[in-house]
Design a protein around this ligand. Structure first.
Ligand code: DQA
Length: 139
């Protein structure tokens, strides 16, 4: 059984309440429950933190034995050399995911410290971006 984890960064705990015109009305928990039921043959976990160092600790913890990490580092995508470095340091492949299309938003969202060290990037498909990333890990 494939072992995958979705790691979400700051403010993604507010999905469903936050800027719903951009991020939609569904909470991440509601979305996650649907996905877990839809893919019973995958071991799928979810971790969220608003704290940069906690995200780095989690990526280090899972990054040598999980089959895949689906990472939405949210605002830290555009600022964090530390998260970029840990994605490079680990062995587990990382798919960078964003709900919105960061390239049709403000210029500061066009820069990513994660992309150069990711296996791939999926963005702009709403919450479906996460599901597309999961599918990319299946045979
Ligand atoms: C985001 C895009 C980021 O620019 C932003 O800071 C987020 C969410 C997305 O999923 O679209 O918090 O990562």
């Amino acid at each position: 059984m494939k072992k995958l984890i979705i790691i979400n960064g700051p403010n993604l705990n507010l999905l469903g309440k936050r800027e719903t015109n951009i991020y939609g009305n569904l909470s991440f928990t509601e979305f996650f429950d649907t996905i877990v039921n839809k893919y019973p043959n995958i071991s799928l976990e979810h971790y969220q933190s608003n704290i940069e160092g906690e995200l780095i600790d989690k990526i280090q913890e899972v990054g040598f034995d999980y089959d895949g990490i689906i990472l939405n580092a949210a605002a830290y995508t555009h600022t964090s050399v530390g998260i970029g470095d840990v994605v490079k340091a680990i062995e587990t492949p990382v798919i960078e995911v964003h709900i919105s299309n960061t390239f049709n938003r403000e210029e500061f969202r066009h820069k990513s410290y994660i992309s150069p060290n990711s296996k791939g990037v999926i963005l702009g498909f709403g919450l479906q971006s996460y599901e597309l990333a999961i599918l990319s890990f299946l045979d």
